[in-house]
Design a protein around this ligand. Structure first.
Ligand SMILES: Cc1c2[nH]c(c1CCC(=O)O)Cc1[nH]c(c(CCC(=O)O)c1C)Cc1[nH]c(c(CCC(=O)O)c1C)Cc1[nH]c(c(C)c1CCC(=O)O)C2
Length: 372
């Protein structure tokens, strides 16, 4: 094996001579090529349901202490892979690192969720907003390079970002929101201001994902967690148009290999065709979507990722096995399915339930191939 060089993650001439992938089932499924079984990974697979995550987080002192230290971020990224035979790793970080780098002052108060010290709510704050210098996010790119190194080709590494709209929700609201009153007020009263925020976000997200790709991310995912709160018509204008702008700015190949991109819009089931036509390689869907109908609608254009209700993991072993099989059967045996939850795993999930799920997905999907 050749020695590996890691240089500045955002210098264009970075060369990562990593060992070959031992498990490329996830990447083949995204390319809609046949696979021996259906690959599985879980949104938020590294997180508080794992006692070892909580132990590392306690050592780091805080969530941002974890995320900004590449050694801790690497350790936490690899934790779920040590327990379960998952088919992909996802960078441990958060979507809110980008607005933090814009100077909004991110804070994760214990047990309270994220909060920004300087939300973007008026004309002056919007005018001051700019794409951050990617050097401020260097800790993320360093973590990507280190994770790739320590994965040593076991499974592919997914990089990610929030969508321009979902980031804007946090930037305007200043925290999570139950009704999105502030950002929707801006949307209806001063759409020009919101369009400027979204344009800056789109360019920032494209640069951020490209730097992750150059540092070694082998696939990308855009989390549009709050696209589903928009009215039909406005979703296309204020969320999807800017996700498309990100996709247009992305490196779709790196080191001679394609870099597939997944777009996940929670609550976006009714806009599946629009999302599939956005230029992404795969569409993530939540549990309200029937995968058979979804597959019919997107045809062979994109792969699908999803979509077990995360709360199924509280239903006990027989329920988990039955629901996993039902999800796989709804998609069918054909290529182009990546198994996942329909949203992030709950922090209260028993880790044993995840072991059952991963085994059930692998086992049932192998049987499907044999039967089909
Ligand atoms: C909306 C959103 C956020 N962050 C993210 C989204 C989009 C996905 C989604 O819809 O769930 C994305 C995210 N956040 C995190 C990851 C890590 C990678 C993974 O394992 O999937 C990813 C992909 C770690 C995290 N990000 C956060 C945690 C928990 C923080 C802790 O350890 O205290 C983790 C593991 C904190 C976070 N970060 C965010 C919130 C609302 C919170 C607090 C709520 C919560 O605790 O679940 C913003």
């Amino acid at each position: 094996m050749r020695p590996r060089r890691v240089k500045s993650a955002f210098s264009p001439e970075v060369a990562v001579s990593a060992p070959p992938l031992q498990n490329d089932v996830f990447l083949r499924a995204l390319a809609r090529q046949p696979t021996e079984y259906t690959p599985v990974w879980l949104m938020r697979q590294a997180g508080r349901y794992l006692p070892e995550y909580n132990a590392t987080r306690a050592r780091a002192g805080s969530f941002m202490g974890l995320a900004t230290n590449p050694d801790y971020a690497t350790e936490v990224t690899l934790q779920p892979l040590a327990r379960f035979p998952l088919d992909a790793a996802i960078l441990f970080s958060d979507i809110l690192t980008v607005p933090d780098a814009m100077g909004l002052g991110l804070d994760f108060a214990a047990g309270e969720g994220p909060r920004f010290a300087h939300p973007v709510r008026d004309e002056a704050a919007v005018a001051a907003l700019a794409v951050p210098d990617m050097a401020r996010l260097r800790y993320v790119f360093d973590a990507v390079a280190q994770i790739r190194h320590e994965l040593a080709g076991r499974v592919p590494l997914i990089g990610f970002s929030g969508s321009p709209w979902t980031l804007a929700c946090y930037m305007v609201e200043g925290a999570g929101s139950a009704d999105y009153r502030l950002i929707k007020t801006m949307m209806y009263r001063r759409p020009d201001l919101l369009h400027r925020i979204l344009a800056v976000n789109a360019d920032a997200v494209a640069q951020y994902l490209n730097a992750q790709i150059r540092a070694g991310a082998q696939a990308g995912m855009i989390f549009d967690s709050w696209g589903g709160v928009l009215a039909d018509g406005l979703f296309q204008q204020f969320s999807l148009a800017y996700t498309r702008r990100v996709l247009q700015g992305l490196l779709r190949e790196h080191d001679g290999r394609p870099v597939p991109v997944i777009v996940f819009t929670k609550g976006g089931g009714q806009w599946l065709d629009d999302i599939a036509a956005s230029g992404c390689d795969a569409v993530g869907v939540d549990w309200t979507v029937d995968l058979a109908a979804a597959r019919e609608r997107v045809g062979g254009r994109v792969a699908l990722q999803g979509n077990l209700d995360p709360m199924t993991l509280f239903g006990g072993e027989a329920c988990i096995r039955a629901e996993a099989a039902r999800t796989l059967d709804r998609f069918g045996a054909g290529p182009g399915h990546v198994f996942n939850l329909g949203h992030g795993i709950s922090q209260f999930t028993p880790p044993e339930a995840v072991a059952v799920l991963v085994e059930a997905v692998h086992d049932h999907s192998r049987r499907q191939r044999r039967a089909g």
